[in-house]
Ligand binder design. Sequence first.
Ligand code: S3P
Length: 147
Amino acid sequence: MNITLIGFMAAGKSTLANNFAQDTGYRLISVDQEIEKERGMTISQIFDELGEDQFRKIEREILIKILQDDNQIIDCGGGVAQYNADLIKNLSYVIYVYADFDIIWKRLEGDNSRPLAKKLSKEELINLYLVRDKIYRKLANEIIINN
Ligand code: S3P
């Protein structure tokens, strides 16, 4: 079985994914890290130089590859569930790592590594958070509150 961790930026997916991998002995795999390895570029560079649409294409290709293997804890970037709901739902057990927006906002303050957090205003981020929260909830087999 594959277990995907979905949720908004800075919800704490990577930390929990790490813990789950240690507890279960499953292989830990990060979609973002696989993208960076395959392209030899950071996520920020991909957004800056190729644009978000291209990033989403690469993200989907990598996700398809990852899901061909089994027994993995898959740490997904915040947009993976929004753009690949079909794949996630059909091919994994889904855990939504939830945190309140105020907490996410504090964690994101001064974060320069996340292109969307840098680019979007607070209002735009809230809107994205609300849109995605609905998607994450629909997909989730389980929700973990990580405030
Ligand atoms: C994104 C979240 C990031 C990364 C990319 C896009 C998003 O991952 O995949 O910057 O669309 O929310 P984290 O959720 O780990 O920050």
